[in-house]
Design a protein around this ligand. Structure first.
Ligand code: AMP
Length: 134
């Protein structure tokens, strides 16, 4: 049971911006910037890898529309999509969710530290990942 399940069950309120049979989107209660929105599937799984194809398709279908609406409604031109999976990856709520975070020119929004490395044996790695796809 997560706080997002409680929202889906109507036990706690949210500031809803979109809902259909498979997806709910609402404002993040601690926004990184104005308009920071969370998009969740109604399917109750913790991480992206656990999501069914149907639930993933429902999210994918609506995401671009939600992004366009946020741009229109907030006046931001840029935005980040963030999706954390697992505690080490900064996931706090164990119900899969996608953050849409407007980025304003005054720098409100997601801050990133991007520590780049070098590709090590990329052909072998790409091949191993490709074989692991179900
Ligand atoms: P994450 O670290 O990716 O798991 O992010 C969880 C997000 O959920 C955080 O940005 C929180 O501010 C947000 N959050 C937690 N509880 C609520 C709530 N009741 N309503 C809206 N957003 C919430």
């Amino acid at each position: 049971m997560t706080i997002f399940s409680a929202i889906l069950d109507g036990k706690i309120p949210c500031h809803r911006v979109y809902e259909d049979d498979h997806v709910l989107a609402f404002l993040d209660v601690s926004p990184l910037s104005r308009g920071h929105t969370l998009v969740i599937p109604k399917e109750r799984v913790a991480t992206m890898g656990e999501l069914s194809d149907d639930a993933a398709a429902a999210i994918g279908r609506v995401l671009p529309r939600l992004c366009r609406a946020l741009v229109r409604a907030t006046g931001c031109t840029d935005y980040n999509l963030l999706q954390n999976n697992g505690e080490a990856a900064h996931q706090a709520v164990m119900h899969v969710h996608i953050h849409i975070i407007p980025k304003y020119l005054d720098a409100d929004g997601l801050g990133l530290q991007w520590n780049v490395g070098t590709l090590d044996e990329p052909e072998a790695l790409a091949g191993t990942i490709a074989k692991a796809i179900e």
